[in-house]
Design a protein around this ligand. Structure first.
Ligand code: SF4
Length: 63
């Protein structure tokens, strides 16, 4: 199976960092204050690594 970007939504603190750094790949649900993945197959985009290392909850991963 192809690699995919995953967010452990229960762990998300709602800081919005991932969607700021990488708006094409991550979205932000204002109502739930949780991030979501817009483009799960965008594993090669540079900003994805940046978002993973910047996430304070360490809840973004590639599987
Ligand atoms: S950076 Fe992490 S904690 Fe912040 S909104 Fe994105 S997934 Fe949630």
């Amino acid at each position: 199976m192809a690699k995919q970007i995953i967010i452990e939504v229960e762990e998300c603190m709602g800081c919005g960092t991932c969607s700021e750094l990488c708006p094409d790949v991550f979205g932000f649900n204002e109502d739930e204050e949780k991030a979501f993945v817009k483009k799960p197959d965008a594993v090669d985009e540079d900003c994805v690594e940046e978002a993973i290392s910047s996430c304070p909850a360490e809840c973004i991963s590639i599987e």
